[in-house]
Design a protein around this ligand. Structure first.
Ligand SMILES: *[C@@H]1O[C@H](CO)[C@@H](O)[C@H](O)[C@H]1NC(C)=O
Ligand SMILES: *[C@@H]1O[C@H](CO)[C@@H](O)[C@H](O)[C@H]1NC(C)=O
Ligand SMILES: *[C@@H]1O[C@H](CO)[C@@H](O)[C@H](O)[C@H]1NC(C)=O
Ligand SMILES: *[C@@H]1O[C@H](CO)[C@@H](O)[C@H](O)[C@H]1NC(C)=O
Ligand SMILES: *[C@@H]1O[C@H](CO)[C@@H](O)[C@H](O)[C@H]1NC(C)=O
Length: 600
């Protein structure tokens, strides 16, 4: 993660020792929750994942690439839905081991719906004797992290006297026992918080970044994990950056690093990061990577709200989304069309919900991630750090877990990620002819149809229960695919959008407007219906936070004071089977009744 201007953070003086202990197992058989009982007990239920965490660990596949997709041995798509877990800071131990047993953390990762962890490491942990010789206890003592060490003794006694690399292996192994894939990410050379332009870890030739040492470190890690099946990928170096960065050296060293990893461990997918804090892979447009192997190379890109400064807060969100998404496409996502996987290996928001810049960015990045059905790794798992930038027990506001690693920091923020965890399409997922999903990125929910005796309503629901829509740009008509005689109609400002039979007029003609193309609108000026109120009506979410209505289109341009995101819907292509209970055929008798009752 790019070093930002220091965020306001809470210093936690509470002794980690007091908070240590096996006190908030969230999944599995042990449900004793003395310190955080109520919230923790309900959150898995809230997320609808209560049974997920209890499932036996599935065998982890060996991955390779097929055009832009990551696939298993059978050529079927495996979507990476990862969360980042740092182990590269000064102590060189995966964060949180003073808070929870490693197995409990791994089970939480599974329970939250992730299938993979991007686990970071520092080169010197394996190349520099002054670090690699240390045990966990010595590493913490060296930093005077006495309280953290005592807490690790309580929660993870087995790692305390291990060498750092053996503790790292124990973490990988625990993730594997829980069926989680791991991507080993070489994050820095010298252990510590990342990343600044001038921190000596930015580019080949920097103070701590000797290319030979780096290749040696990669080789050692690749070799050590060659026989560990759940290590499915290795990313060569996080966020290349700084005054020394240049494309010529990028090819020279990244190709060398890729060859070294592949030679030592031909099973892993080798992941290559771009320049400028992994924001820039545009140079690959003029010269491809040349390595001796194929089917095992992917690229990664990072995209944060602050990647564009405060643009989201100070600009109009539609205009900023259009501009930034086009820029990310030019810099990185264009590689998908050229047949390379692009892994969005860091993105995320301040989970407290008060960061306007992050909040507006989120809807845009989620729309892109759904549209392109990207592989990704959320920043980030950890609720806190042993030590970051000199602060003990620093609170991580981007963390999905809270400071005590007990429960999700924000259920709303976590639940909207779920829509992105399940693939929409790809090799082996052609379960249905392609259809359109009306995805609401800000909530991570999709437009579903609910029928009662008297009528059918449209509302936001789980994307797994989505209605299958057909949208034709020429006719501008949105119909349930299995009942093409019906169409989505606006019925006026503040009124529910409905399925109707009269599909020929302007109120049933939907176009994608605003620069972001995330507004789905009808032009009600042309309508003879007086109730429509005139002007452009946009699909929107009602005050109940659930019903799908239309309202006058909001903040389409210029205005930076309002947030258009409730009106943002992305038309996403899916080939996943549609839940049977949701199909028109299953609902036909009810539908017929509701047609008779409703006047069109
Ligand atoms: C080992 O680490 C020390 C302390 O950070 C550093 O000064 C030294 O350059 C490193 N040596 C190598 C060979 O990387
Ligand atoms: C650890 O504490 C000792 C004794 O107070 C002090 O001399 C040393 O500088 C401290 N080390 C660090 C890394 O803070
Ligand atoms: C790729 O690398 C190989 C081996 O170094 C070399 O022989 C070949 O000319 C290179 N191809 C291109 C297109 O640069
Ligand atoms: C959780 O995140 C949502 C969405 O950003 C936000 O509206 C809400 O205020 C956050 N809640 C808490 C408790 O942080
Ligand atoms: C909507 O229709 C009116 C009346 O024909 C027209 O003047 C207006 O330009 C249309 N608005 C848009 C955004 O297409």
């Amino acid at each position: 993660m790019l070093k930002q201007p220091r965020r306001r953070t809470r210093y936690k003086s509470t002794s980690p020792v007091l908070l240590g202990g096996h006190h908030c197992r969230l999944a599995g058989v042990d449900m004793r929750l003395p310190h955080c009982p109520r919230v923790a007990a309900v959150w898995l239920v809230v997320l609808g994942l209560a049974s997920h965490g209890l499932a036996p660990a599935a065998a982890v596949p060996t991955l390779s690439t097929a055009l832009r997709w990551i696939v298993d041995e059978g050529g079927n798509r495996v979507k990476l839905a990862c969360v980042n877990w740092p182990s590269h800071l000064e102590p060189m131990l995966a964060e949180g081991l003073g808070k929870q047993p490693v197995d409990a953390i791994a089970k939480d990762v599974v329970a939250m719906g992730f299938n993979c962890v991007r686990l970071t490491w520092a080169t010197f942990m394996v190349t520099n004797a002054s670090y690699s010789s240390l045990t966990v206890a010595q590493s913490f003592q060296r930093l005077n992290l006495t309280e953290s060490l005592a807490a690790i003794r309580v929660n993870n006694p087995a790692v305390v006297d291990l060498k750092l690399i053996d503790a790292f292996k124990a973490v990988v192994s625990s993730l594997g026992q829980n069926g989680l894939m791991v991507i080993l990410d070489n994050h820095v050379s010298k252990p510590g918080w990342c990343c600044g332009n001038n921190d000596g870890n930015g580019f080949f030739g920097d103070a701590y970044f000797d290319p030979d040492v780096w290749v040696d470190g990669l080789t050692k890690m690749a070799t050590m994990f060659a026989g560990v099946p759940n290590v499915v990928g290795m990313s060569l170096r996080n966020e290349l950056r700084g005054p020394r960065q240049n494309a010529a050296d990028w090819y020279k060293y990244m190709q060398r690093g890729a060859e070294a990893v592949h030679a030592a461990n031909p099973r892993v997918v080798v992941i290559l990061s771009g320049l400028s804090f992994d924001n820039d892979l545009a140079f690959l447009n003029s010269r491809q990577v040349n390595v001796s192997f194929s089917g095992k190379v992917a690229f990664e890109v990072h995209w944060y709200g602050f990647s564009d400064g405060q643009a989201w807060r100070t600009g109009n969100a539609n205009q900023v989304c259009a501009r930034v998404a086009a820029s990310v496409a030019r810099r990185a996502l264009y590689l998908l069309d050229q047949g390379w996987p692009v892994f969005l290996s860091e993105f995320g928001v301040d989970n407290r919900g008060g960061n306007v810049n992050d909040n507006r960015y989120y809807g845009c990045v989620a729309a892109v991630a759904a549209d392109l059905d990207l592989d990704w790794a959320l920043w980030t798992l950890q609720g806190s750090y042993y030590l970051r930038e000199g602060v003990l027990g620093l609170d991580e506001v981007y963390g999905v877990l809270d400071w005590a690693w007990c429960k999700p920091r924000n259920d709303t923020a976590l639940s909207r990620i779920h829509a992105l965890q399940r693939p929409f399409r790809g090799p082996g997922l052609a379960e249905a002819a392609p259809y359109t999903v009306l995805f609401h990125p800000t909530t991570g929910r999709c437009v579903v149809r609910r029928s009662s005796l008297v009528q059918t309503t449209l509302e936001l629901g789980p994307c797994g229960e989505t209605e299958a829509w057909a949208y034709t740009a020429s006719q501008q008509r949105l119909s349930p695919r299995d009942s093409p005689m019906l169409c989505l109609r606006a019925e006026g400002a503040g009124r529910p959008a409905r399925l109707g039979l009269s599909c020929g007029d302007e109120l049933a003609r939907w176009s994608l407007i605003s620069d972001s193309k995330l507004h789905l609108a009808v032009n009600a000026s042309l309508s003879s219906s007086s109730s429509s109120g005139g002007g452009m009506l946009c699909l929107d979410v009602g005050d109940d936070g659930r019903s799908v209505v239309t309202n006058p289109c909001r903040c389409l341009s210029s205005d930076n004071s309002c947030d258009p995101q409730n009106q943002w819907f992305k038309l996403v292509t899916s080939t996943r089977s549609v839940a049977a209970a949701n199909t028109m055929l299953a609902q036909l008798p009810l539908k017929l009744r509701s047609w008779k009752i409703r006047a069109f």
